[in-house]
Every structure is written in C-alpha cells, then in structure tokens.
Write a protein of this length. Structure first.
Length: 82
C-alpha cells in the first residue's frame, strides 16, 4: 500500500491536523495519537470500546478524517490486500 501522504509537505499536514483537532475539540497534545491513522486504511482505525477513554477513538477517527479531507486525500476503506 502506498503512503497517502507521499508528496504532501509536512507543514500542510501539521496545519490540517491542527485545524481538524481544534474543530473537534481535541487538545493539541493528542496529535501524536492521530498521526498514525493518516497513513492507515480506515478499516484499521481503532473503534470505540465504550470504556470512557479520553480521548475516544471516535474523536481520533473524526480528526483523522477531517485532516485527510482538508488535504484532499480520500480515506482508504480497505487495504490493498482486500
């Protein structure tokens, strides 16, 4: 699977992530939890466990999806292996 962020300047990723996190109310110090999702198929993103986690995986997913949308990158629904 190719890197969906290949060729995207790191400054653009940082800006899109900061804007998405701010929009979703996710504190900046959780950005490191979102970054790995940006390179993963959506099917590999963590699911909410209903355990009251902070931040909830659903928030991380929304921020990742928002970041990719701001960058004009389609969220991958599955891996290349099917």
């Amino acid at each position: 699977m190719s890197d969906p962020l290949a060729g995207v300047p790191s400054e653009a990723v940082d800006r899109a992530l900061a804007e998405s996190a701010d929009e979703m109310g996710l504190p900046e110090y959780y950005s490191s939890c979102v970054r790995p999702l940006l390179r993963m198929p959506r099917t590999q993103w963590p699911q909410c466990c209903n355990g009251g986690c902070d931040p909830c995986s659903e928030t991380l997913r929304r921020v990742a999806a928002g970041t990719l949308a701001r960058l004009g990158i389609t969220v991958l629904e599955r891996s290349d292996n099917g």
